[in-house]
Design a protein around this ligand. Structure first.
Ligand SMILES: CC(C)(COP(=O)(O)OP(=O)(O)OC[C@H]1O[C@@H](n2cnc3c(N)ncnc32)[C@H](O)[C@@H]1OP(=O)(O)O)[C@@H](O)C(=O)NCCC(=O)NCCS
Length: 176
C-alpha cells in the first residue's frame, strides 16, 4: 500500500466508501454467524443519513483511517446530553484486507483523542460488541459490563472502558 495511513474525520461525500467497507467487513466476519433477521437489523441501522448526523453532532464523531483518499477503517462514537461524558461506539470496522495491522487500535486512539478535545472531555467508552470482536476489545482495555444480549437477531456483548485516566498515555501513543 502506497502513501501514509492517516486518521481523520470522514469527509462529506465519503459515506458511500465508508458503507462499502463496513459491508465488506460485516459480510466476512459477522453475517456468517447471524440470522437473516439480525442481518436485516444491522443493514437497517447503517445509512448515509445516520453517518452524516453522527459526524456533525456535538461530542460525537465519525473518523476514518485512510490511505490517501481511500478509507480502510471507520469508527463512529455517539454522545448525547443524556450520555454526558460517556461515548458509545456505534460502529468500528476495518476492511478485511487491512485487519490485524493495528488500524482498529489506531481508530480507537483517534476517537479518544477527539473525545478528550470536546467541550465536556470524554470519560468512558461503551460498546455492544459483536461476539467475534470481544477479544479485540478486551485486548485494548475494555471489560465486560453485562451478559450477552440479543436485539432483533443481533447478539452483542456490552463492554466498557474508562478513558480519562489514560489520557496522558494515549497522547503519548499508547493505544490502551
Ligand atoms: C474487530 C476489528 C475492528 C479490529 O480491528 P483490527 O485493525 O483488525 O485490530 P488491530 O490490528 O488494531 O488489533 C489490536 C489488537 O486486538 C487483537 N485482535 C484484533 N482482532 C482480534 C480478534 N478477532 N480476536 C482476538 N484478538 C484480536 C490484535 O491481536 C491486537 O492485539 P495485540 O496488539 O496485543 O497484538 C476488525 O478486525 C474488524 O473490523 N472486524 C470485523 C468487524 C467487527 O467485528 N467489528 C466490530 C463490531 S462491534
Amino acid at each position: 500500500m502506497t502513501g501514509a495511513l492517516v486518521y481523520r474525520p470522514m469527509r462529506p461525500g465519503e459515506a458511500g466508501a465508508v458503507c462499502d467497507l463496513v459491508l465488506r467487513a460485516f459480510r466476512a466476519a459477522i453475517a456468517p454467524g447471524t440470522s437473516a433477521r439480525g442481518i436485516t437489523t444491522f443493514l437497517g441501522l447503517l445509512s448515509y443519513d445516520w453517518l452524516g448526523r453522527t459526524a456533525t453532532a456535538p461530542g460525537s464523531c465519525v473518523l476514518v483511517a485512510a490511505y490517501e483518499d481511500r478509507p480502510v477503517g471507520v469508527i463512529a462514537v455517539e454522545r448525547t446530553p443524556a450520555t454526558g461524558r460517556e461515548g458509545h461506539i456505534a460502529l468500528l470496522f476495518v476492511d478485511p484486507s487491512h485487519q490485524g495491522e493495528g488500524i482498529g487500535r489506531g481508530l480507537l486512539r483517534a476517537a479518544i483523542r477527539h473525545g478528550h478535545a470536546a467541550a465536556a472531555p470524554l470519560a468512558a467508552l461503551t460498546v455492544n460488541a459483536s461476539t467475534n470482536a470481544v477479544r479485540f476489545y478486551e485486548s485494548v482495555g475494555f471489560r465486560r459490563s453485562g451478559p450477552t444480549e440479543t436485539d432483533d437477531g443481533l447478539f452483542t456483548v456490552p463492554l466498557r472502558k474508562t478513558v480519562a485516566s489514560v489520557a496522558g498515555r494515549d497522547a503519548a501513543g499508547d493505544g490502551r
